[in-house]
Design a protein around this ligand. Structure first.
Ligand SMILES: Cc1cc2nc3c(=O)[nH]c(=O)nc-3n(C[C@H](O)[C@H](O)[C@H](O)COP(=O)(O)OP(=O)(O)OC[C@H]3O[C@@H](n4cnc5c(N)ncnc54)[C@H](O)[C@@H]3O)c2cc1C
Length: 521
């Protein structure tokens, strides 16, 4: 007997997000976590606009507002304290409908996503429920789960199982899936503190990377009074996960003394760059930290896992509804692995700038960086460091394919808000030039087998009330398409652009191409 469509092992941010995205699609999910409650201490400190867009889809973006705050610029300081590099976000209007980066509180975010799961009738969650073993047959997958409530092991069956069971993923190990080491392995101490009011203004007002050879360090301005220090550990220093208090305060005294704040948590970590060599084994797939780990210099670890969830949700839905063959899942690793690898390599490159321990090399790095920027420091936009899709289900030759659809604020009949809230996470074809009735009919016809929607940009707010039309508050989407010299965009349910077209006829061909690529093996 099948208990659910999907079993999820692990209810961290990846598993909870996936459960929510599937549950909102009416997919039956049973999700287990071995812990009695979520992990209560801080880990991730930064998230980005793609996560906010996912939270928007989960209908909890407004609920997270109390515990997120704008991410400050990151200043890289060299051996003499001089500015050698600066990262920041692009100013408004924000292309994806949210500020590019925020600081946040991971336990509060996870609590919010889990609260959303309780509102979804097809999602069932079990805590204190450890997945002990998994296996699969030709038509189903099973998981043996020990429930603390009765100390019994119960076998659950489903069509697919997603291992979201974290960096030490027992399922990944059980399947014998190896990790590729991208070549980064550094021990760091992470200290989270709640700082007294009068001390807050004496501390730096930006994020700071102290690129100092004797001890590279990071300082992060968190939400409210939360401040984080990440300090590289030197040979011989404690690597125990819970760092001894006696060794902690001397490391912090440059910024904070014991009477100036309270330690929330201090823990040592190894910052790695690792990526699984296989993300799918038949009906079992890996997602989140189970599939990859990145050093936190781009604040992308959790973000990558939530992207995995978004990539999987629409594909699993299509397969479970018999709209696409199981081979659609091949595109999961094809798309996500190169994206994760590139993003992790960029984080590692930033880490190497920070982690230089040789004073001579560090001084040479300072000079080189300043010289490369023409003598004065220019700002790098963080979101430009994140790649688009380069492999998988996109029309490679098409301009803009693989990038993320901009999300303007729009008006339509009886609607004012962000574009995704108008359309939902479906295939969308959006035209920014008026269509003839004939073109419109042809496009509707080519779209109907996929189940997507067609939207047309209205020239003014009055026309936005006509069926299938919308008006952009600011020309975020239209300007982007005009810059590509295109008038129509074809978008996947996860907001990645499949293709752009210069004419309705070209769009019809590309829509058919999308249909073929997601329905044939
Ligand atoms: C110091 C530090 C700083 C970071 N900074 C950032 C940042 O700024 N931005 C960012 O995006 N990311 C950051 N990260 C990374 C981020 O915290 C992780 O990437 C994220 O938590 C991974 O989510 P996950 O759901 O994949 O795994 P996890 O959060 O590890 O969740 C896995 C879950 O699986 C459960 N589980 C394990 N085994 C079983 C089993 N057998 N049965 C049932 N349940 C099981 C566990 O109990 C756990 O709840 C940081 C991490 C650290 C350590």
């Amino acid at each position: 007997m099948i208990d659910a469509d999907i079993i999820i092992s692990g209810l961290g941010p990846t598993g909870a997000t996936l459960a929510g995205l599937l549950g909102q699609r009416g997919i039956r999910v049973v999700a287990f976590d071995k812990l009695p409650d979520l992990f209560p201490l801080p880990r991730a400190a930064g998230l980005d606009h793609e996560v906010m867009r996912i939270l928007q889809e989960l209908q909890v973006a407004d609920r997270v507002e109390p515990f997120i705050a704008p991410y400050r610029p990151s200043e890289y300081r060299g051996m003499e304290g001089q500015l050698i590099k600066r990262l920041d976000a692009t100013p408004p209007p924000f292309k994806l409908g949210w500020a590019p980066n925020y600081v946040f509180n991971q336990p509060a975010l996870e609590r919010t996503i889990r609260s959303r799961l309780t509102e979804l009738p097809t999602v069932r969650t079990e805590c204190s429920a450890e997945v002990l073993d998994v296996g699969q047959e030709s038509d189903h997958v099973w998981a043996d789960v020990r429930l603390a409530s009765n100390q019994q092991t119960t076998r659950y069956r489903a069509r697919y199982l997603i291992a979201c069971d974290g960096g030490s993923s027992p399922i990944r190990k059980r399947l014998g899936i190896t990790l590729e080491d991208l070549g980064f392995d550094e021990p760091w101490l992470v200290v989270d503190a709640i700082v007294n009011d009068d001390k807050l203004e004496q501390l730096p007002q930006t994020q700071v990377q102290y690129c100092e050879a004797d001890r590279p360090a990071t300082y992060i301005v968190g939400v409210g009074k939360h401040r984080r220090w990440e300090l590289m550990l030197l040979p011989g220093e404690s690597l125990s996960p819970e760092f001894p208090d006696g060794e902690l305060w001397p490391l912090l005294e440059r910024w904070l003394l014991p009477h100036e704040g309270k330690i929330w948590r201090a823990a040592a970590y190894r910052f790695h760059g690792l990526v699984a060599n296989a993300w799918r084994h038949g009906r079992i797939l890996l997602a989140g930290d189970a599939a990859h780990m990145t050093p936190p210099f781009m604040t992308q670890g959790m973000v990558q896992g939530m992207r995995d969830a978004q990539n999987l949700a629409w594909k699993l839905e299509r397969i479970l509804r018999n709209q696409s063959p199981a081979s659609l899942l091949e595109s999961y690793q094809q798309e996500r692995r190169p994206h994760v690898t590139t993003t992790t390599q960029t984080a590692m490159a930033l880490g190497r700038v920070i982690c230089e321990r040789d004073p001579e090399q560090a001084r040479a790095r300072d000079e080189r960086l300043i010289e490369e920027q023409g003598g004065s420091i220019s700002t790098t936009f963080r979101q430009n460091l994140i790649p688009g899709l380069t492999c998988g289900l996109i029309a490679f030759d098409s301009p803009g394919a693989g990038s993320i659809l901009p999300q303007p604020f729009v008006r339509a009949h009886g609607f004012e808000g962000r574009l995704d809230d108008l359309t939902g996470p479906t295939v969308r074809v959006i035209a920014i030039k008026p269509l003839t009735d004939e073109d419109r009919n042809l496009m509707h016809k080519s779209l109907s087998p996929i189940g997507g929607i067609l939207l047309e940009l209205a020239s003014d707010t009055d026309r936005a009330s006509e069926a299938g039309k919308f008006f952009e508050e600011q020309p975020t989407l239209s300007r982007w398409l005009i810059e590509l010299d295109r008038t129509i965009v074809i978008v996947r349910p996860d907001h990645y652009v499949f293709a752009t077209a210069a004419s309705p006829a070209e769009a019809v061909t590309l829509i058919t191409q999308l249909y073929i690529s997601i329905t044939t093996s």
